[in-house]
Design a protein around this ligand. Structure first.
Ligand code: GLN
Length: 546
């Protein structure tokens, strides 16, 4: 398509957590399936420059892009739905906006003017939105504004939307996601919160074009008419977003509501192409009708907040569908594991995943769990810190180096099997200073990883400071833990395996960031397959015993 880029803003009203990210990703999916080039951007109103330094308890997982940006977890949804990579430009925070304006001010770029929220901050916001469209030749840029309308933090963003709508009336559309609560005592759906939230947007000069109404019950025609009339939108622009059993249903629900049609009509885009969602439906069918089930333990220290491991949980959904297996994740707190209860907690599982993480909390439990998996031949998959713990466990229990550790946790250990990368040693700033983003990795022929990928070299995303200490590599390999993935430029170990086990693979990178509906990640797919094989043989053994 060759026309000017169109901009769709998605704002939220009434409460947070209505699923703006999923609605944005679903709209993008529908437009993409009609052949348009679409990207999604998230504007986060907080002051942090990026979410990299945020505790996962605050905002869930930090998602890492190919170019090494530490971003909001919604970008993970965008990539999983669209199968298109995002970048730093897809996630902008207030911190980043102010940082850029202040840098320009210090350079004297404002020529002695007083630097203000309007126009300087709002101009910078508009620049960040439009740069995405112009640079990569997108037909539609969908920009999700974090937070809820009326928050102090989001005011400059709403003002920027108002200005863009005024400047490009034919190219800008505002979708407002709101809630229609059901009061069971009255037995009624209530539209007042939505009316108030639209009123608030109007106070800031923005009339939404489309209202997406999150609801637990079907919206009756009279509720739709009422919302349309009081909120000043056309009847077909009141889109119902009913609770779904899986987020992967939402694009289809939006299709039923003709959300994409209304958006295209309002943007003045004509197309004869209908959405082609054949592959998506095949995935959904496999996801919803699994033939088998497995139970995989996920050991981590943030398991109370499942959003901390969002990409891992989603990668299991993709890999499960690929294997026609339902993956039930058993969330296990690493601090609750010890040598006395490890058998009881892991004994009935079909596989173990030890999660990424930082710091010393819960390390002993992770090491305990890995020892159990290695010794009992339980399928094991370690990611980042999970891989580092597998290395420590092997050093202690197989190489007989009882004090082996990572220098992240014990700086002066006599056996630093995991240690700080040379280029990290002089860095004192915490933000954006890790080994981040995509790096090459060569695979060892015949290894589990190489067979899973079906090729010899790969690229995967990283987010860590510490690494396998190559001084110990020979000893590890002689004793049965082999490096099967290596960075060709730096010689850093990227994957270790214990070939004597049926499945024991651990990666220094984060495979979960690259798993999408269209392309489930090979390491997750092969791990789930191994857990299925293990479950089958366990069942067979039980039958024989009985
Ligand atoms: N804390 C470890 C490191 O920095 C692992 C990081 C991670 O799991 N993402 O190397």
């Amino acid at each position: 398509m060759n026309q000017t880029t169109k901009y769709v803003f998605v704002t939220g009203g009434v409460t947070s957590s209505l699923g703006k990210g999923i609605i944005s990703a679903s709209l993008a999916k529908l437009l993409q399936s009609r052949g348009f080039r679409v990207t999604i951007q998230k504007l986060d109103p907080y002051i942090n420059v990026d979410p990299g330094t945020l505790n996962p308890y605050e905002h869930g997982e930090c998602f890492v892009t190919e170019d090494g940006a530490e971003t909001d977890l919604d970008l993970g949804h965008y990539e999983r739905f669209l199968n298109v990579s995002t970048s730093q430009a897809n996630n902008v925070t207030t911190g980043r906006i102010y940082q850029s304006v202040i840098n320009k001010e210090r350079k004297g770029e404002y020529l002695g003017k007083t630097v203000q929220i309007v126009p300087h901050i709002t101009d910078e916001i508009k620049r960040c939105v439009q740069i995405l469209g112009s640079k990569s030749d997108f037909d539609v840029v969908i920009t999700e504004i974090g937070g809820t309308v009326g928050d102090i933090e989001s005011l400059p963003y709403i003002e920027a939307v108002r200005q863009m709508k005024w400047e490009k009336p034919n190219d800008v559309l505002v979708v407002h996601l709101t809630l229609i609560p059901y009061l069971s005592a009255a037995g009624e759906l209530k539209t007042k919160p939505t009316q108030h939230s639209v009123k608030q947007l109007l106070e800031f000069g923005v009339q939404p074009d489309i209202l997406v109404c999150r609801t637990e019950h079907e919206l009756t025609p009279s509720v739709r008419t009422k919302v349309a009339r009081f909120c000043n939108v056309k009847l077909n622009a009141v889109i119902q977003s009913i609770d779904a059993s899986t987020i992967y249903d939402v694009p289809l629900l939006m299709l039923e509501e003709k959300f994409d049609e209304v958006v295209l009509e309002k943007l003045g885009i004509k197309t004869k192409k209908k959405p082609d969602l054949k592959k998506w439906m095949q995935f959904l069918d496999r996801h919803k009708n699994p033939k088998h089930e497995v139970r995989i333990g996920l050991v981590g220290k943030y398991v109370e907040l499942k959003d901390s491991y969002k990409s891992i949980a989603e990668a299991f959904i993709h890999a499960g569908a690929e294997n026609e297996v339902k993956v039930n994740i058993e969330w296990i707190h690493s601090e609750s594991l010890n040598d006395r209860n490890v058998g009881e907690l892991l004994g009935s599982l079909d596989g173990l995943l030890v999660a990424p993480g930082f710091g010393s909390r819960g390390i002993d439990g992770k090491i305990e769990a890995i020892q159990f998996a290695r010794e009992k031949n339980l399928p094991f998959f370690g990611i980042c810190l999970g891989m580092q713990c597998a290395v420590i466990e092997f050093a202690r229990n197989v190489l007989e180096l009882p004090e082996a550790h990572s220098t992240e946790i014990k700086e002066y250990t006599p056996d630093p099997v995991i240690s700080l990368m040379a280029e990290q040693k002089s860095i004192t700033n915490l933000g954006g200073t890790m080994r981040l983003g995509s790096y090459h990795c060569d695979l060892k022929k015949g290894s589990k990883a190489q067979k899973a990928y079906g090729k010899m070299d790969i690229e995967e995303r990283h987010r860590h400071r510490f690494e396998f200490n190559n001084d110990y590599l020979e000893k590890f390999e002689a004793a049965g833990m082999v490096a099967t993935g290596m960075n060709p430029d730096s010689g850093l170990v990227e994957i270790v395996e214990v070939p004597a086990n049926d499945y024991f693979v651990a990666a220094q990178f984060h495979p979960e960031y690259k798993s999408t509906v269209a392309e489930p990640h090979p390491l997750f797919t092969s791990f789930v397959k191994a857990t299925r094989t293990y479950a089958k043989s366990k069942k067979r053994a039980e039958v024989q015993e009985a």
